[in-house]
Write a protein that binds this ligand. Sequence first.
Ligand code: PEP
Ligand code: MN
Length: 446
Amino acid sequence: MFNDADDTILDQGWKKLPAKHQPQYPDPDFLKTTVDYLRTLPPLIFAGEADSLTKEIAKATRGEAFVLQGGDCAESFADATADRIRAKIRTILQMAVVLTYSASVPVVKVGRMAGQYAKPRSNPMETRDGVELPSYMGDAVNGHEFSAATRTPDPHRLVEAYQHSAATLNLIRAFTGGGFADIAKVHEWNKGFSSNPAYRRYTTLATEIDRAMQFMKAAGAYSESLRTVDFYSSHEALLLDYEDAMTRIDSRTGLPYNTGAHFLWIGERTRDVDGAHVAMLAQVQNPIGVKIGPTATRDELLGLMDKLNPEGKEGRLTLITRLGANKVEQVLPQIIEAVQSDRRPVNWMSDPMHGNTISVGRFKTRRLDDVLDEVRGFFRVHREMGTIPGGLHMELTGDDVTEVLGGSEEIVEEALGDRYETLVDPRLNHQQSLELAFLVSEILRE
Ligand code: PEP
Ligand code: MN
């Protein structure tokens, strides 16, 4: 069931195509009224910003930059607080500093933030004690609590998702443009964390950066641009009703943009070449990503490139491979070969999280070692094949959670329950994120 407004301007052909993983709303009329209302709300991002990100990603495609994309598996409304948002931004900024300073590569910073409120679920229904209810699909759809009232998809949540996205993006803009991201603050970002190897290493690096800054100031080479950073937003474009409402015509160019985030990606479960998600994103001008799992075929890859980037524009299409540590070396070469035969450029990113999910007792978790192995495999294969590794897509948080096993703090299976806070997939905590950044900076320097 889709909203019919604005048929005149946008290509609505996707509405007739099969759409996977959409919520079943009990009241289609209420959905329509809500989506009509959403369509009247202001854009969250602007066309020029999306174009700038396309240019940045194009640089990554050429090896002149590296994209770092990270954030929660699913944001929650309850966690859209100043402290938690700041902690996430800080983690991404710290990782970016490690990569920029240690590997001398400009880092394009993209939060999996300000809109990541919807999840595809392998089973649309969940049964507990003989009671069957819709699975939790993210705060934009229903609530996590297991009750019929909370689990029934509620269109009003789309408006709440918009509001929380707006508030989050406002804070992101304030933090990254208002001095918090000032490179002179590299030391401060690390305050309040206990002493451990990753932090000691970070502190040493921050001291080196401070010295370099003082030198630049003394030499008259200090620039105001070091006080701010560009920080982009992104989420999985899953809910077609929401994404449709956020798709607007840019008055400057007359072209459609998704104004809900700078970068949108299509998930592994909804990337059907002839499905609604691909058709909808084919018409917007934003940079687009597609998750690529180990079963992706040559025809699917070529079909995605054809539909999503027919003109072969650099920076437009990112393929985010998520293969698993034990499959990356075997499968990635075939994927690269298929894409290379097409000759249109793609940006290659690695999501080393989603191919490495395991269950330990009642917890969904991942081993940091597997995550690092997939990252190493990703770089190794690209280097062997002469293609360019252009970025990383991570599930992480700025908080001190215990969701992923391992790391120098050695989170063991018995400790998973201590601070397991995610509503969906396990995230690297602040320290594990820094450890990963140090590893990647070493690889980039090789
Ligand atoms: C995700 O990014 O949270 C996700 C569901 O990934 P994928 O589509 O790659 O399975
Ligand atoms: Mn996830």
